[in-house]
Design a protein around this ligand. Structure first.
Ligand code: ZN
Length: 122
Protein backbone atom coordinates (compact mmCIF):
# COMPACT_ATOMS: atom_id res chain seq x y z
CA UNK A 1 0.00 0.00 0.00
CA UNK A 2 1.02 3.57 -0.44
CA UNK A 3 3.13 5.06 2.28
CA UNK A 4 0.94 8.12 2.07
CA UNK A 5 -1.70 6.78 4.43
CA UNK A 6 0.05 7.83 7.60
CA UNK A 7 0.65 11.20 6.07
CA UNK A 8 -3.05 11.72 5.42
CA UNK A 9 -3.99 10.43 8.82
CA UNK A 10 -1.69 12.92 10.45
CA UNK A 11 -3.01 15.68 8.28
CA UNK A 12 -6.57 14.82 9.27
CA UNK A 13 -5.74 14.57 12.94
CA UNK A 14 -4.15 17.97 12.84
CA UNK A 15 -7.13 19.33 10.96
CA UNK A 16 -9.47 17.80 13.53
CA UNK A 17 -7.61 19.40 16.43
CA UNK A 18 -7.55 22.73 14.65
CA UNK A 19 -11.28 22.58 13.89
CA UNK A 20 -12.10 21.64 17.48
CA UNK A 21 -10.16 24.62 18.77
CA UNK A 22 -11.78 26.90 16.22
CA UNK A 23 -15.23 25.61 17.03
CA UNK A 24 -14.62 26.15 20.71
CA UNK A 25 -13.48 29.69 20.04
CA UNK A 26 -16.54 30.34 17.87
CA UNK A 27 -18.82 29.03 20.60
CA UNK A 28 -17.15 31.11 23.25
CA UNK A 29 -17.78 34.24 21.21
CA UNK A 30 -21.44 34.28 22.16
CA UNK A 31 -22.63 37.84 21.62
CA UNK A 32 -24.19 38.00 25.05
CA UNK A 33 -21.74 40.52 26.45
CA UNK A 34 -22.22 43.36 23.98
CA UNK A 35 -25.98 43.65 23.71
CA UNK A 36 -26.25 46.57 26.12
CA UNK A 37 -24.71 49.38 24.12
CA UNK A 38 -26.76 49.42 20.94
CA UNK A 39 -29.44 52.10 20.76
CA UNK A 40 -29.69 52.48 17.02
CA UNK A 41 -31.63 50.27 14.70
CA UNK A 42 -28.64 50.02 12.42
CA UNK A 43 -26.44 48.70 15.16
CA UNK A 44 -29.01 46.17 16.17
CA UNK A 45 -29.27 44.99 12.60
CA UNK A 46 -25.52 44.69 12.38
CA UNK A 47 -25.45 42.70 15.56
CA UNK A 48 -28.14 40.39 14.31
CA UNK A 49 -26.16 39.97 11.14
CA UNK A 50 -22.96 39.26 13.04
CA UNK A 51 -24.82 36.75 15.11
CA UNK A 52 -26.12 34.94 12.06
CA UNK A 53 -22.67 34.95 10.57
CA UNK A 54 -21.30 33.49 13.76
CA UNK A 55 -23.82 30.71 13.76
CA UNK A 56 -23.21 29.75 10.21
CA UNK A 57 -19.49 29.67 10.85
CA UNK A 58 -20.12 27.39 13.78
CA UNK A 59 -22.29 25.17 11.64
CA UNK A 60 -19.69 25.09 8.89
CA UNK A 61 -17.02 24.12 11.38
CA UNK A 62 -19.22 21.40 12.84
CA UNK A 63 -19.88 20.02 9.42
CA UNK A 64 -16.23 20.09 8.48
CA UNK A 65 -15.26 18.47 11.76
CA UNK A 66 -17.79 15.72 11.16
CA UNK A 67 -16.32 15.13 7.70
CA UNK A 68 -12.81 14.96 9.11
CA UNK A 69 -13.83 12.59 11.90
CA UNK A 70 -15.68 10.44 9.43
CA UNK A 71 -12.60 10.26 7.23
CA UNK A 72 -10.49 9.35 10.26
CA UNK A 73 -12.88 6.52 11.13
CA UNK A 74 -12.11 5.06 7.73
CA UNK A 75 -8.56 4.33 8.78
CA UNK A 76 -9.93 1.91 11.36
CA UNK A 77 -12.00 0.17 8.71
CA UNK A 78 -9.19 0.23 6.20
CA UNK A 79 -11.31 2.02 3.65
CA UNK A 80 -9.58 5.36 3.64
CA UNK A 81 -8.87 6.66 0.16
CA UNK A 82 -11.43 4.38 -1.44
CA UNK A 83 -14.35 6.00 -3.23
CA UNK A 84 -17.60 5.30 -1.42
CA UNK A 85 -19.53 5.20 -4.62
CA UNK A 86 -17.48 3.20 -7.12
CA UNK A 87 -14.91 1.55 -4.82
CA UNK A 88 -11.94 2.78 -6.80
CA UNK A 89 -8.95 4.41 -5.12
CA UNK A 90 -9.18 8.17 -4.87
CA UNK A 91 -6.41 10.07 -6.61
CA UNK A 92 -3.76 10.92 -3.98
CA UNK A 93 -3.48 14.42 -5.42
CA UNK A 94 -7.16 14.89 -4.67
CA UNK A 95 -6.68 13.60 -1.13
CA UNK A 96 -3.83 15.97 -0.63
CA UNK A 97 -6.09 18.89 -1.51
CA UNK A 98 -9.09 17.43 0.27
CA UNK A 99 -7.98 14.78 2.78
CA UNK A 100 -11.52 14.12 3.92
CA UNK A 101 -12.84 13.39 0.44
CA UNK A 102 -14.90 10.20 0.38
CA UNK A 103 -15.63 10.18 -3.33
CA UNK A 104 -13.32 10.08 -6.29
CA UNK A 105 -13.30 13.07 -8.56
CA UNK A 106 -15.62 11.47 -11.10
CA UNK A 107 -18.24 10.47 -8.57
CA UNK A 108 -18.06 13.80 -6.80
CA UNK A 109 -18.51 15.49 -10.12
CA UNK A 110 -21.52 13.36 -10.91
CA UNK A 111 -22.92 13.87 -7.43
CA UNK A 112 -22.69 17.63 -7.74
CA UNK A 113 -24.72 17.59 -10.90
CA UNK A 114 -27.44 15.27 -9.65
CA UNK A 115 -27.74 16.11 -5.97
CA UNK A 116 -31.25 14.72 -5.76
CA UNK A 117 -29.89 11.23 -6.22
CA UNK A 118 -27.64 11.71 -3.22
CA UNK A 119 -25.00 9.38 -1.94
CA UNK A 120 -25.67 8.55 1.67
CA UNK A 121 -24.17 10.65 4.38
CA UNK A 122 -22.22 13.33 2.65
ZN1 ZN B 1 -15.91 6.96 -7.49
Amino acid sequence: MSKGLEFFRKMLEEERDRLRAELEAARRKEPLGNIGYSNHMAETATEAFEQTKGQSLERRLERLLADVEYALSKFEKGTYGICENCGKPIDPARLEALPYAVLCFECQHRYEFVPQKGIGNI
